[in-house]
Design a protein around this ligand. Structure first.
Ligand code: XIL
Length: 387
């Protein structure tokens, strides 16, 4: 078992080096799925031009998308586009406690295994999201966190069992998710969660050590939102993240990267590119990698007209990516969904006019949008990643 984390699985980074013919064969295979599926989509609706992952590979990076398990199970038209555009997939929910742990003694891997099998069938790399989060936990968990010893046993069993189950299949783990929340006024700006209350800040150390000892080959990330804009609360959160990362590194906690979720907002005009570039440089100076792990661009502040929304979303995405892709630490970009057909934003921040949002690279009919073009262009302009 390699102890060196895999920046990008070899089979993936070479996948796109295949000849166009075999790539067309790949698409034909996907087209067969299309042909078998209901609805208007046709095999030739699949683009045979380079996908976003091909553009990202030009600088040695990856592009991927989060997949909702219902889409995976019921929408072959959507899924036929995933291997065209992506080199990496991650599940929106199947790897979280809420799906994996329906009962204290039970691990329910079926939905997560379905994505793992899909990834293998299509030579896609798989991100694991997430081992520790304050949301989407089963009701029984809080009831069982009756002492530090009980909490340590629960966390240890969970991480060892899950990471072992996916060992050799998951190449990057979001070990802990959204651990900062400064309004909670906890030490280090940590979020007041059931894990912090049960174990104190060392729950983060424990999670990383458990992941490292169970699968040394998977790269380990701390994943966070709200690190993107020049608003004072996000400036404070970036400072808190740098302090936390420095503290973890200083104490030998095996964190290897920062996941910036990058849930962006079109029309806010609050992206200070110099500040963002400095933050990326400060993360890199700690010897850490960066992955953009959940990028989407909310358009709920923009007028209803689709051309206006698509232009605003593309401009925000470009302004953000042209900064982070300058960073030699930036390994790849994952959007939280591939097509507007499925976005969590319509649940989390719906538009007041009730229109479905357009935050992702493909529209609801799986057609490439201005955001797709902006992403492809910024990938093409990126400096090569230093291996
Ligand atoms: C979201 C999923 O997309 C939803 O389907 C689910 O209902 C809630 O969680 N930040 C994260 C992700 O780290 O895990 C969240 O995913 C979106 C915000």
């Amino acid at each position: 078992m390699s102890s060196q984390p895999r920046l990008l699985p070899d089979e993936l980074s070479q996948r796109r080096a295949v000849t166009p013919l075999s790539r067309r064969a790949l698409l034909a295979g996907a087209g067969a799925a299309l042909a078998a599926s209901p609805g208007p989509a046709r095999a030739d609706a699949l683009s045979t031009s380079a996908g976003l992952h091909d553009h990202a590979l030009r600088s040695g990076r990856f592009y991927g998308a989060a997949i909702d398990q219902t889409i995976l199970a019921t929408n072959p038209t959507y899924m036929a586009h995933v291997p065209v555009e992506c080199g990496v997939v991650v599940s929106e929910a199947a790897f979280k406690w809420g799906r994996l742990r329906p009962a204290p003694e039970l691990f329910y891997f079926a939905p997560a295994d379905a994505l793992m099998r899909y990834a293998e069938q299509h030579a896609l790399a798989l991100r694991g999201h997430t081992l520790v989060w304050h949301e989407d936990n089963p009701p029984w968990l809080a009831e069982r966190l009756t002492s530090a010893a009980a909490a340590e046993r629960l966390l240890t069993t969970h991480i060892r069992t899950v990471v072992r189950h996916f060992r050799g299949h998951v190449f990057q783990w979001d070990v802990v998710n959204e651990v900062l929340w400064l309004p909670d006024r906890q030490p280090l700006g940590l979020r007041d969660t059931l894990w912090l209350r049960a174990l104190g800040p060392r729950y983060i150390d424990l999670a990383f050590h458990l992941c490292a000892e169970t699968d040394p080959g998977a790269m380990r990330f701390i994943n966070e939102f709200g690190l993107d804009y020049s608003w004072p609360d996000q400036q404070r959160k970036r400072a808190a993240m740098l302090s936390l990362l420095a503290d973890l590194r200083h104490r030998g906690v095996p964190v290897q990267g920062l996941g910036m979720q990058a849930h962006l907002e079109a029309g806010v005009h609050a992206l200070d590119q110099k500040e963002l570039a400095q933050f990326c440089a400060d993360v890199a100076a700690l010897g850490l990698n960066i992955v953009i792990t959940e990028m989407d661009v909310r358009d709920n502040r923009l007028p209803a007209a689709i051309p206006v929304r698509d232009a605003g979303v593309a401009a925000e995405g470009r302004a953000f990516l042209e900064v982070v892709l300058e960073s030699p630490a930036l390994l790849g970009v994952v959007t939280w969904g591939l097509s507007d057909l499925r976005t969590w934003l319509d649940e989390a921040w719906p538009r007041t006019d009730g229109l479905p949002q357009r935050p992702l690279p493909l529209d609801r009919e799986m057609r490439r949008k201005p955001l797709w073009e902006a992403m492809a262009a910024t990938f093409d302009a990126a400096l090569p990643l230093q291996k």
